[in-house]
Design a protein around this ligand. Structure first.
Ligand SMILES: [Fe+2]
Ligand SMILES: [Fe+2]
Length: 288
């Protein structure tokens, strides 16, 4: 394996699989349509709206996610055309891809729901950190948080049960190594390949690629700030309310990452409280 965690030939094969997911794998029609529009450079926002509009479940999730990204859980945006006007093509495109990948993946529902919930919690917390620190735009942080683990859903889509066997007992840190050994690259890399293919903003691609090691992100300040924010949000979401264990190395890491995004302990506590307040709502949001 190379020092960057890639596994030579295996990783090339995996990248090809990720990039040709549309052609090779049996994916739901709606996801296929969304990806086709998004991959087409000449597609306009109305082409995208047209595709999404016909899928009630998908449009309502995108609208709800857009409202949460911008307004907390209040409902200021009420329709897909409304979301497109308020948020612009880039954001709707990114939301459509992220929400449809999660919504349309089929198989182990417990695994997918947990991943959904963790992704949404991370999105919410990333948005709150961005708002509090003013480092990056709230919606950019939210989006990166939402899709940071998209690579896990994609690896599951490609490898099915085999992915679950590798992923089920691994902690997030140990997970990357296990994934790279088993499949050629870890979920950070896979997620970055995927969103790059579907023309997500460059900062977002880099932030996903480095969400476990933001210090290695050398794609400019914004990308590194987003990666750091998502990394912190990831830790907070995974830690959960009941987990009172104190791990000294983890605490040190937390302090360092807080410092890098200029978040003070009061800010951290406020954000934690908000996350706990919303945890049940998030669970319901994704169970439906
Ligand atoms: Fe991750
Ligand atoms: Fe994560």
């Amino acid at each position: 394996m190379t020092p960057d965690g890639l596994n030579g030939r295996e990783s090339e094969k995996l990248r090809a699989a990720v990039e040709s997911i549309l052609k090779v794998y049996t994916i739901p029609v709606i996801l296929k349509k969304v990806l086709e529009v998004v991959a087409n450079e000449r597609a306009s926002v109305s082409d995208l709206v047209e595709v999404i509009r016909h899928d009630q479940a998908l449009s309502s999730k995108i609208v709800a996610t857009a409202n949460t990204a911008f307004y907390g859980f209040r409902r200021n945006i009420s329709s897909i055309p409304g979301a497109a006007t308020t948020l612009g093509f880039n954001m709707v495109r990114s939301l459509a891809v992220s929400v449809s990948v999660f919504r349309c993946a089929s198989g182990d529902l417990a695994f997918l729901r947990k991943l959904w919930q963790h992704s949404f919690e991370s999105a919410l917390v990333s948005g709150l950190i961005a708002e509090r620190t003013g480092l990056v735009k709230k919606e950019d942080a939210f989006l990166a948080g939402l899709i940071h683990d998209l690579g896990r859903a994609i690896l599951y889509q490609i490898h099915g049960e085999k992915y679950l066997r590798v992923a089920v007992d691994a902690s997030e840190d140990g997970l990357s190594e296990k994934e790279a050994a088993a499949f050629g690259a870890d979920h950070s890399r896979v997620g970055a390949w995927f969103v790059d293919k579907y023309r997500f903003p460059k900062e977002c691609v880099l932030a996903i690629e480095h969400h476990h090691e933001p210090e290695k992100c050398d794609g400019g300040k914004t990308a590194r700030d987003i990666a750091s924010i998502v990394h912190l949000a990831d830790i907070l979401s995974l830690k959960g309310k009941e987990d009172a264990t104190v791990d000294e190395a983890a605490e040190k890491r937390l302090a360092a990452i807080m410092e890098s995004v200029y978040l003070d302990p009061d800010g951290l506590n406020e954000i934690r409280e908000k996350l706990w307040e919303m945890a049940e709502m998030i669970k319901e949001f994704y169970a439906s």
